[in-house]
Design a protein around this ligand. Structure first.
Ligand code: GCB
Length: 600
């Protein structure tokens, strides 16, 4: 009996340990999935009593066991089933007043039944959990994940039962000095299971991931790879794009990997023609479908070339703040509203700040023809010297690229925002740049950098990071943190690099409906005037190839307490959090219309 139990324990250990090995499954959309949306039972646990014992050791009998008293004398001090529910997906802060400012641990529990079919594998997939998630199924730990804005999955094939499974997740949104992001941000630290959680079923050997894009510099040659996971790693895999008359077969090697490379005559994706093709990836044991657009993106001197032609990126920055209701955005409807406003502004480009947004944003940008800048939360004052912090940032970068590398809309990966110059910072960011290039050689690399005055009227871009980027990004607040709006009139911009510049932030706050003189802070008139001076200045920068004003919509921030004006909202939106367009919106819109006309 003892050996049997030991063997069983070993088996469970091996299977759960193995479960952690499977990397992110790309394109769960193309598979059989069951969403675990809706109410989960939750326990608020500020002291993590469900995780640590009273000597502060990780407990073997934490809340993840979902214990129930077996007799009237049993002592159990928690009960998921009598605790309050929270909706998933969704942040906890906006679901209950008492959680509005909460930073700490909440346990989530959800039961489900699942009849697994023979020769299939089952995974539990999380769109995102902010910030650290410890995941358990039926009392066994599956693993943990760090990083609040990227997906992750665990295999549960061996642990899942036909009925009465309980999935328990401990989510902790505390901030840490060595984390990514670190202690200080200008956005709300929304905690919880903020994106969809789903069960994903695959065949025993399945298409784990693939990269199918035009090769760098080419408009008619597809390159990339396919990767299988499972036991039968050597298989014939066919990639077909029926509409383009393409069907190409490859054989995967002993590691389940095949490089792909073939000619394709395609109608290229662009904002004017957001063409997506149905693509099928068929192995002997599995098949996945996707919708993929094909375009090239390059730079030449100070130009950005889309499909070989110079383009100006008429952009706007967006936070993942839900339009109208507030809280974390998570749905297709949220994405359609935000991107719809961006379109109305005249944008062909969005900077999704300051972390990877939910997948709906990218998928809808693909469909709507909006180019995307996507970034990781390497923001302000990261611990540049700490190897674990670098590892964390690299992992978030990998997860972002893994999820979105087949989306034509994504043209730029950005590795950092407004990071102060130092040797340690440069080597940290250089590492991220080369890591991104190793994962995806087709897209442009950028970062939002700072700039400095070399005299009273000259702004200089000479951050040493610029040498390693394809596109320079710069944030500036002339007229808001830096003088008054008219200061922009006398400014000249210089760059050390022969590279295109995207002004990745500029702007100022206005409370929607608050009116006054142009020099009265917080009024729509001040913001409108600031934009007018800004645009006049921007038009004079010879190497400017894109703009992304800060920001499309007001967003919550703990750094913005001013009563009656901010009330914990950053008011730099061109649209208010209630969806009202401010005067500056129309200034920007008019310029983008002119630009659009002149590009035709
Ligand atoms: C910045 C940051 C952004 C802030 C913005 C502001 O430079 O990149 O995250 O929200 O300024 O409003 O101050």
């Amino acid at each position: 009996m003892k050996t049997f139990i030991l063997l069983l324990a070993l088996l469970v250990f091996v299977s759960t340990a193995q479960a952690q090995q499977i990397g992110l499954i790309a394109n769960t959309d193309g598979r059989k999935t069951i969403a675990l949306d809706g109410e989960w039972q939750t326990i608020i646990d500020p002291y993590e009593s469900g995780f640590y014992d009273y000597r502060y050791q990780e407990s073997a009998n934490g809340y993840f066991k979902n214990a129930k008293p077996k007799s009237q004398s049993d002592l159990i001090e928690y009960d998921f089933d009598k605790s309050s529910p929270l909706k998933v997906p969704g942040d906890w802060n906006t679901q209950s007043d008492k959680l509005f400012f909460y930073e700490g641990t909440i346990w989530y529990k959800r039961s489900f039944d699942y009849q697994r079919r023979p020769n299939t594998r089952l995974f539990v997939y999380f769109g995102a959990a902010n910030y650290r998630a410890d995941v358990y199924l039926n009392g066994e730990k599956l693993g943990h994940h760090v990083g609040g804005f990227t997906p992750f999955n665990f295999e549960i094939t061996k642990l899942v039962r036909d009925a009465g499974n309980f999935l328990i997740v401990k989510v902790d949104n505390r901030r840490w000095r060595d984390a990514v992001p670190t202690m200080m941000t200008d956005w709300w630290n929304y905690g919880g299971l903020t994106r969809q959680v789903k069960l994903v079923e695959t065949p025993a050997t399945f298409v784990h991931d693939y990269f199918i894009q035009l090769q760098k510099g080419s408009r008619d040659r597809i390159g990339g790879w396919v990767k299988l996971a499972g036991e039968k790693l050597t298989q014939r895999v066919t990639i077909s794009i029926p509409e383009a008359g393409i069907s190409k077969s490859f054989t995967t090697d002993a590691n389940g990997f095949a490089a792909i490379d073939f000619n394709a005559e395609l109608s290229l994706w662009s904002p004017e023609n957001p063409k997506l093709y149905d693509v099928a990836i068929e192995a002997e044991t599995d098949q996945v479908r996707d919708q993929i657009g094909f375009r090239s993106i390059e730079t030449r001197g100070t130009e950005i070339l889309l499909n070989g032609r110079p383009i100006f990126l008429r952009g706007v920055c967006i936070h993942e703040e839900a339009p109208l209701r507030g809280g974390r955005a998570y749905s297709r409807e949220d994405a359609l509203t935000l991107l719809g406003w961006a379109k109305e502004l005249g944008a062909n480009f969005v900077r999704l700040a300051h972390y990877p947004h939910n997948e709906f944003m990218i998928r809808e940008a693909d469909r709507m023809g909006i180019m995307v800048w996507s970034e990781i939360p390497v923001y302000w004052t990261i611990l540049w010297d700490n190897p674990a912090t670098l590892e964390n940032a690299r992992k978030q970068l990998s997860e972002m690229i893994t999820r979105d590398k087949n989306r034509a809309s994504v043209v730029i990966w950005s590795v950092a925002n407004e990071t102060p110059l130092s040797e340690a910072r440069l080597s940290f960011l250089k590492d991220l740049v080369s890591h991104a290039r190793s994962l995806d050689s087709t897209r442009l690399l950028s970062a939002a950098m700072e700039r400095h005055y070399i005299d009273a009227t000259t702004q200089m871009i000479d951050d040493p990071l610029g040498e390693f980027l394809d596109v320079l990004g710069c944030n500036e607040y002339v007229g808001w943190y830096d003088g008054l709006p008219a200061k922009a009139d006398g400014l000249e911009w210089k760059s050390k690099y022969q590279k295109p510049l995207i002004m990745s932030e500029f702007g100022g706050d206005a409370l929607s409906g608050h009116h006054g003189e142009v020099l009265t802070r917080w009024t729509e008139e001040y913001q409108e005037d600031l934009y007018k001076h800004q645009l006049a200045m921007l038009k004079r920068i010879p190497f400017l190839r894109g703009t992304a004003p800060w920001i499309l919509m007001d967003f919550r921030s703990p750094r913005r307490p001013l009563p009656e004006i901010q009330d914990y909202w950053n008011r730099k939106g061109l649209v208010s959090n209630r969806g009202e367009k401010k005067k500056a919106f129309y200034v920007m819109q008019q310029w983008y219309r002119e630009l659009q006309q002149s590009q035709k």
